[in-house]
Structures are given as structure tokens and as C-alpha cells.
Ligand binder design. Sequence first.
Ligand SMILES: Nc1nc2c(ncn2[C@@H]2O[C@H](COP(=O)(O)OP(=O)(O)OP(=O)(O)O)[C@@H](O)[C@H]2O)c(=O)[nH]1
Length: 378
Amino acid sequence: MMISQLISHPLSGQGTPSRHEADFVRQRTEAELARLLPRVGPGLALLVVLYTGWDLLLDPANAVQSGLTRLLFAALAAPAFWASGLPWTAQGRACWAYWMLSAGVILAMAQLEGGLSQGSGGILIGLFLIPFIASSSAGFLAIALPPTLLLFGCLLRGPLPELASVGLTYGAGLAVAFLQMRITSGLRAASLAVQARLEWDASHDALTRCPNRAWLQKEAAHAFDRARREGAGLAFAMIDIDHFKRVNDRFGHAAGDQVLKGVAEACQRAVGQAGHFGRLGGEEFLCIFPGASEESALIHGERIRAEVEAAAHLLDGETLKVTVSVGLGCLSEHHADWEQLLAGADEAMYAAKQEGRNRVKSACSRADARSMAMSAAN
Ligand SMILES: Nc1nc2c(ncn2[C@@H]2O[C@H](COP(=O)(O)OP(=O)(O)OP(=O)(O)O)[C@@H](O)[C@H]2O)c(=O)[nH]1
């Protein structure tokens, strides 16, 4: 297990909103650390080196050696302050920097006469940096353990009273830092969870729980730009339930809602991880397939149609089946923006309706794509 995985907050929970919350907290923690590291890290490393002055006052005979030790470990910590220095997550880099700087301080102190007892304050202060990096007990332990073992290894080589006094003070500091981590990470996770829930609600449809129009529009624009940049494929599938008004008229609006949910679930089953599916509004859905060719778009479109046709909806003790018409649009050089690509898929969907419904129509062949994109633009 990577150290960065171990030190991230272990928020658990089933269901999409909970997963969103956990991801949100993890991403925010990572982003904050990535922002803080280059600002705070160099200052801390400089402080560790500048404390050679204190070494000089305490034990001039060994100060050069301790100063060089400080310098060496500050240099080892330095690459971790920038993402370009070490190819790890910000949490992994912060952990490395903490290990190096605390090792520098402990080993420098250990070289001075009475250094560990005189300098225990500096070592203690370092402990209160851990709650900024770790947000779980396992993470705290993973960060604190190596410097703690190093300190006690050094203390064991010295007199017993030094081991007792520094060891006890350090143990108490460790306990307080742990308590601080538990309290602050709990409060922080709770406040981030509220933000995450608000963000999830704003981007998801309340009825079907799948991404909503606003989210789909953002994702469509993003997918379009990326496909253009990378010269990759992209397909949109516009999905519309056939004769849905009849369901509402016959069974009522609440039953219609249930069918909408069932259709969304069937579509999501058919799409799986291959694309981003969501509800545009009413009985209309959209699926974005990044990287899809015309061939794979047709396969996905047919899979969606067949899965919806096969799904049974139990309404008032009666089993109802519905179908969908699917319109496909594939990215071509004729599309100026994602709206044109979507309009092409929409045209194809209406063509599927006109040809009898429960079918997949594609605007993907070159001639079709051109004519549909042009008519959409007009
Ligand atoms: N139950 C329910 N019905 C909805 C919702 N949103 C839209 N509708 C209904 O969806 C129906 C759409 O009807 P139409 O646009 O005429 O289309 P259709 O009956 O599906 O016919 P075709 O699309 O031509 O196959 C209308 O009756 C709307 O009231 C919703 O959230 N819940």
C-alpha cells in the first residue's frame, strides 16, 4: 500500500454520493497540501539549517558536524516540496519531507553534548506538523513511527535520565498531536462532506440519481475539447423513451417516475464504464462516449436499446415494458463545437422516432454527419 493511500482519510460508505464525498475530501486534502508544500517547505528546511547557530552556542566543538547533518537532510527533503521534484502525491511528498527534516534535527541534536535534552523542544514542535499531513490513525502512525524509532535509538545510546525525560516529554507531545489530528480531521471531514453533498446535489438529477443536464453539458464540452486536442474519437447517444406520455396517462405520474428510474438504471447497466450517462430532462437522456469510433458507438447504442427493451417495470401489479429511440452523433471535422455534435445526435434520434421507434439511428457516417451538423447549425 502506498504511503499516500495509508495517510488519506478512510471515509467509507456505500452509494454514489458517499463515494463522491470520500473523493471530494481526498482531492481537497491533496490540493491543499500541494498548495502548501512549496510555500511552507523551503521555510521549514531553512529553519532546520539555521538552527546550526543554536548548535554553535550549545557545543561549538561539534557544531560543524551537526550543521552539515542538518544541511544534508534539508537537501534530501527539498525535492519533495515541488511536484516536479518527486513524482508522488502531495501527501506522499509531505510525508517524505517530514521524515527527512525530523531526521536532520534528531541526528544533529544527537551529535551535540546534551543536545537531545536541550533540543527536545524543537523535536516536539515538529510533531504538531503531522496533523496537517495525516487525517487517519494509520496515517499518523505511518508518519510518526520512523522519526520516533530514530529518536529512541539515539536516546538509548545516552544516559538514562535523558532517555526518561526526553522520552516522557516526547510521548506526551505525541499523544497531544494525535488528539489534535483526530479532532481537526473529524471537523474538517464533516465540513468538506457538506460541501461535497451540495456539489453532488447540484450536479445530479433528484429522481434518477444520475448526472443532470448541467453536469452533462460541462462534461460534453470537456470531452469535445479533449477529443479535438488529442485527435481522438467521441460519440454522443441521445436517448428518448418512446410514447412515454401514454405511460403517464395510463398509470399516473408517480408510476411514470418509476419507469424513468428503471430506464435510467437499464441505460447505466448497458453503458457501464464505457461512457458518461445522465438525464437531460423529461424523458430524454444523453450518453457521452469519449474515444468512441462509429463502430463502437453503434454497438453501445444497440446495447442501450436492447437493455431498455428487456427491462420489466412492475406498475400496479402489471408488468410494463418500454422502448427507447437512440440517436448517435460521432465527432467529425465538420463539428465546430459540442452543441453541433449534440444537435446531430438529436436529429438522428428524431429520425429513429420517425422510422418507427425502438431503434438506433446514426449520424456518424461522413455524409450523414455533415448534413446533420449543417442542418443543426442552420
Ligand atoms: N412521470 C414523469 N413524466 C415526465 C417527466 N418529465 C416529462 N414527463 C412526461 O414525458 C412525456 C413526454 O411526452 P412527449 O414529448 O409527447 O413524448 P412521448 O409520449 O414520449 O412520445 P415520443 O417521444 O414521440 O415517442 C410528457 O407526458 C411529460 O409530462 C417526469 O419527470 N416524470
